[in-house]
Design a binder for this molecule. Structure first.
Ligand code: 5GP
Length: 328
C-alpha cells in the first residue's frame, strides 16, 4: 500500500481549545487549533489522542482528540439536549433542529457531521466547476451572470431542462432544453439531475450531463444551486470550487437596497425579506460550512465580484488542499 508511508493530513472542521477540555490528560500537552486548519497527524496509535502539528509551519507537536473521541463527544452532547451541564467544559448551545427547505429535492440529506477530513496537497490547478451557494436574495445569480458576461470565453452556465412547452420564439437548447414530463420524471428518479423543482405544474432542473457538456468546452462551469446538491457535486469528477455567498446584516441589506446597490435582482426591499435572507444564510452556513472553499460576505457586489475573481486566479498559482479521494 503506497499510502501507508504517506504523511496523513487532516482538515479540522471544528475549533479546539485544550484549556477548556476536561478529558485531555494534560492540558499543556494539547494543540489548540481553529476550524479549517490543516493538521499533520504525526502519531495516531492511541485511540483517543492523536499527536499532531500544523502543516507547513515549523512548530511543536501536541495532542488533539482523535476522530473517534470527538465523534463520541459530539454524539453525547447532541443526545444530551435537556441536560443543562455540558461535558468536558465545552460551551454548548442548544442546537435547533433545522430542516433546509428543499422543495421536492430527493437529494435532501443533512450534511454529515464532519470532524476531520483527510486531505492532500495538490499542485496549482484550475477547477472546472465553480459552485455558488447562499441564501435566496443574497445575489448568487447576479454574481454568476456577471462572471459569464465579463468573460464568456472563461465562464459558462448550464442550460436547465424543463417539461414546460416552449413558448413562441423559444428554441430548444437556448434558454432551456425542452422535454416531456414523463421522461424528465424518470431521469430525476434515476438521479440524472443535481437539482430540480416544480413551478406552475412544470418541472425544471439541472441535468448532470449539461455540466459535463460545459466542462468539455474547457470553460469553468458556474453553478448556482441549492446546498443540498453539494454532496453530489463534491466528487473527484467535478473537483468543484465551492463559494458560500454570506448575507451581510439586515441593516446592511437595507442600506444597500435604498442606495440602489441591491445584491439581488429579486425582492421588494421589505425588512422581513432581509431578515429571512439573513436567517437562511446562517442556517446554510451552519449546516454546510464543511463544504465551503471560500466564504465571501456579500456586502458590496463590486467588492465581492473582485474578491471572487482574485480567488479564482490564485487557484492557478497556489497549491491546494483537496479531499484525499481526489488524488487517488
Ligand atoms: P419560466 O417558465 O418562466 O422560464 O420559469 C419559471 C420559473 O421556473 C423560474 O422563475 C424559476 O423559479 C423556475 N426555474 C427555472 N429554471 C429552473 C431550474 O433550473 N431549476 C429550478 N428548480 N427551477 C427553475
Amino acid at each position: 500500500d503506497s499510502r501507508s508511508t504517506e504523511t496523513i493530513y487532516m482538515k479540522a472542521h471544528f475549533s479546539y481549545d485544550p484549556m477548556k477540555d476536561r478529558l485531555i490528560p494534560c492540558k499543556e500537552a494539547g494543540l489548540p487549533f481553529q476550524d479549517g486548519d490543516i493538521l499533520e497527524i504525526v502519531n495516531s496509535d492511541d485511540p483517543n489522542w492523536w499527536q499532531a502539528r500544523f502543516a507547513d509551519i515549523e512548530g511543536p507537536t501536541g495532542l488533539i482528540p482523535s476522530k473517534n473521541l470527538e465523534e463520541k463527544r459530539k454524539a453525547f452532547v447532541q443526545h444530551d439536549y435537556d441536560n443543562a451541564t455540558s461535558i468536558c467544559g465545552l460551551t454548548r448551545k442548544k442546537k435547533k433542529k433545522y430542516k433546509y427547505n428543499t422543495k421536492s429535492n430527493t437529494n435532501f440529506d443533512r450534511c454529515d457531521v464532519l470532524i476531520y477530513e483527510e486531505v492532500r496537497r495538490m499542485a496549482p490547478f484550475q477547477r472546472s466547476v465553480l459552485v455558488l451557494v447562499g441564501a435566496n436574495g443574497v445575489g448568487r445569480r447576479s454574481l454568476k451572470e456577471r462572471l459569464i458576461r465579463d468573460d464568456p470565453r472563461k465562464f459558462a452556465g448550464v442550460i436547465a431542462h424543463t417539461s414546460r412547452a416552449p413558448r413562441e420564439n423559444e428554441e430548444n437548447g437556448r434558454g432551456y432544453y425542452f422535454t416531456d414530463r414523463d421522461s424528465m420524471a424518470l431521469d430525476i428518479h434515476d438521479q440524472k439531475y443535481i437539482e430540480f423543482g416544480e413551478y406552475n405544474n412544470n418541472l425544471y432542473g439541472t441535468k448532470l450531463e449539461t455540466i459535463y457538456d460545459v466542462m468539455k468546452t474547457g470553460k469553468m462551469c458556474v453553478l448556482d444551486v441549492n446546498p443540498t446538491s453539494l454532496k453530489v457535486l463534491k466528487t473527484p469528477e467535478f473537483m468543484p470550487y465551492i463559494v458560500f455567498l454570506a448575507a451581510p446584516s439586515v441593516e446592511a441589506l437595507k442600506v444597500m437596497y435604498e442606495e440602489g446597490r441591491r445584491l439581488s435582482t429579486t425582492g421588494r426591499g421589505r425588512v422581513k425579506d432581509f431578515i429571512r435572507t439573513v436567517k437562511e444564510s446562517a442556517q446554510i452556513e451552519q449546516t454546510y460550512k464543511a463544504y465551503f472553499d471560500l466564504i465571501l460576505v456579500n456586502d458590496s457586489f463590486e467588492a465581492t465580484y473582485r474578491a471572487l475573481r482574485k480567488a479564482l486566479t490564485s487557484l492557478s498559482s497556489e497549491q491546494q488542499w483537496v479531499p484525499v479521494n481526489w488524488v487517488y
